[in-house]
Ligand binder design. Structure first.
Ligand SMILES: O=C(O)CCC(=O)C(=O)O
Length: 272
């Protein structure tokens, strides 16, 4: 039963200078205790409930491709669920995004729940920004477990410093991206880094060009419950889509705005 009083998450957190410089140099950073226990208990319930209502994946694991084995992916819950909206537009999160990026204002690109089921597959190496027709590198994804997690549940893993080289390869998330980007990462000698454990309400933050992957969920019964929000600096323009995924994103997440227009559709609220 979800409590009726919504925690608004409007009280702010100061981001340490060390977190900011780690984020900018390494391309990712872990910030602990962003949510207090009652807040995460509340939003875990809300997001689990929304995932169970909106999930459409019913295939057995063995009948899915690599991408669909990696997680249940339920996107832009803020658009359709008022309680999730309070989470996604929360100032506590968007101020951290703006501080890490060093910008005055940020907008939402989209949110997504990423629930890696027990026995779920690995998340292949990829760059998020491969999918986004935006003319800025000032983009960041918040990845927040709603439960305590360890590596066995599928910890997000980063190629440190890879954001500094920008676009790597023109490959969507797939077996092919795993093989090809693994080779690229070895060639570039990026150190691989991940937390051993995270607590509910901690979050990692990574740039849109930071290469990342995650191991499969090797547990027998436990789903890894994670919520993510993608932010970008206000003032970014829409760019000419470079692949069919970017065209799809332009229509779905940028309100169909044309290349050269300010990325400010009503699907992209100014949250800070
Ligand atoms: O949750 C995962 O396994 C992958 C998450 C991811 O790629 C992202 O949030 O950008």
């Amino acid at each position: 039963m979800i409590p009726t009083e919504i925690p608004l998450l409007n009280s702010l957190i100061n981001v340490d200078a060390a977190h900011i410089s780690n984020f900018r140099q390494q391309g990712h950073v872990l910030i602990k205790n962003i949510l207090q226990a009652p807040e995460v208990t509340y939003y875990r319930e809300v997001i689990r409930d929304a995932v169970s209502r909106y999930n459409t994946e019913t295939r057995a694991m063995q009948d899915r491709d690599t991408y669909s084995k990696a997680f249940l992916q339920i996107m832009n819950l803020w658009e359709i669920d008022e309680q999730v909206r309070q989470f996604t537009v929360a100032k506590r999160f968007s101020k951290i995004a703006a501080d890490l990026l060093g910008v005055d204002h940020v907008r939402i690109y989209h949110d997504q729940a990423l629930f890696k089921e027990a026995g779920g597959g690995f998340t292949p190496w990829h760059q998020d920004q491969y999918y986004w027709p935006l003319d800025t590198t000032q983009t960041v994804t918040m990845w927040m477990p709603l439960m305590d997690i360890n590596v066995e549940l599928g910890m997000l893993t980063f190629a440190t410093g890879s954001h500094l080289d920008g676009f790597a390869e023109n490959i969507p998330i797939s077996d092919e991206s795993e093989t090809s980007l693994q080779k690229y990462i070895k060639q570039k000698k990026y150190p691989i880094s991940r937390a051993e454990t995270m607590q509910a309400g901690d979050a990692t933050w990574h740039y849109g060009w930071t290469l990342h992957n995650a191991p499969g969920n090797s547990t027998a019964n436990t789903t890894r419950e994670v919520m993510t929000i993608i932010y970008y600096a206000d003032g970014a323009d829409v760019t000419q889509p470079q692949n069919k995924h970017q065209e799809n994103d332009r229509q779905r997440w940028l309100g169909g705005l044309n290349p050269g227009q300010l990325a400010n559709s009503n699907l992209n609220p100014l949250v800070y």
